[in-house]
Design a protein around this ligand. Structure first.
Ligand code: CTP
Ligand code: MG
Length: 254
């Protein structure tokens, strides 16, 4: 049987939110953002245990927020570090033995069971997978003085989300190398890519937004208002990725 653990980095400062204290403790409809995320993994049949990475100064606040109810599976807190990368590495080193680890930003509270399952299934085939959304805006490379350098080809550009799922041994080794070489990366997949491992992309879900600035709280509220169904599925958000025997759904230039 596969042993799968969820690692939820939650040790950030929420600077861009501009709220007092960690944005993950902000309440949306009477429930903290952190609790939405933990509940999603507690419901998921694809996870054996949940490990929340917390800043040492916030351990008490998080315990107060999460540990007053029973969960279906083991829930534990581990101490994070200064950067997200440090938090994930610290969390990884404290996981019990497992085959796959699902890394998911605690700041993405609307992740669905289906998306967690798809990411895990992809990683079981290739060893590593990340959820991502095709870019809808045109992307340009811009120099520091504000001048356009070049326009990128949107058809090859994806905005990366979490969950990202990895063979545990790959991710641990990739982080150890990252620390040894003092690399600075934004996501875990990059470290695994640099080891030469393949990373499979799984088409993401626009509901799975990262709560970063105050406007994201409005968007989250609107998604909750809309309910789970209307925004899910191929018809609302066609995937440009090839499925067996098919091409994509026409995400060329338009
Ligand atoms: N995170 C973490 N440890 C850090 C920094 C970030 O565990 N040292 C977590 C955050 O809590 C969040 C996720 O990584 O769940 C994604 O980070 P981000 O959205 O950037 O959150 P913050 O770093 O808290 O926000 P900001 O960058 O605006 O300060
Ligand atoms: Mg940050």
């Amino acid at each position: 049987v596969l042993r799968v653990r969820a690692l939820l980095p939650a040790a950030g400062q929420g600077t861009r939110m501009g709220s007092n204290g960690n944005k993950l403790l902000l309440q949306v409809r009477g429930k903290s953002i952190l609790r939405y995320t933990v509940e999603a993994f507690d419901r998921s049949p694809n996870t054996d245990g949940i490990h929340v990475v917390v800043a040492p100064s916030e351990v008490d606040a998080v315990r107060h927020e999460l540990f007053h109810r029973d969960w279906n599976k083991p829930l534990e807190m581990v101490n994070g570090g200064a950067r997200r990368q440090d938090s994930v590495y610290a969390g990884l080193q404290q996981l019990p033995p497992c085959d796959f680890v699902i890394v998911h930003d605690a700041a993405r509270p609307l992740v669905s069971e289906a998306l967690i399952g798809e990411a895990l299934r992809a990683a079981m085939q290739t060893g590593a997978a990340t959820v991502a959304l095709p870019m809808t805006d045109t992307c340009k490379e811009v120099s520091p003085d504000g001048m356009v350098r070049t326009t990128l080809d949107r058809r090859h550009l994806w905005a990366v989300q979490t969950p990202q799922v990895f063979r545990y041994d790959w991710l641990l080794e990739a982080h150890a190398q990252g620390a040894a070489r003092a690399l600075a990366v934004d996501d875990d997949a990059e470290l695994v890519e640099r080891m030469g491992h393949p990373v499979q992309v799984v088409a993401g879900d626009p509901r799975n937004l990262k709560i970063t600035t105050p406007v994201d709280l409005l968007v989250m509220d609107a998604f909750l208002n809309a309910g789970p169904s209307p925004l899910q599925g191929e018809h609302f958000f066609p995937s440009p990725l090839k499925r067996e025997g098919q091409g994509g759904e026409g995400w060329g230039r338009s």
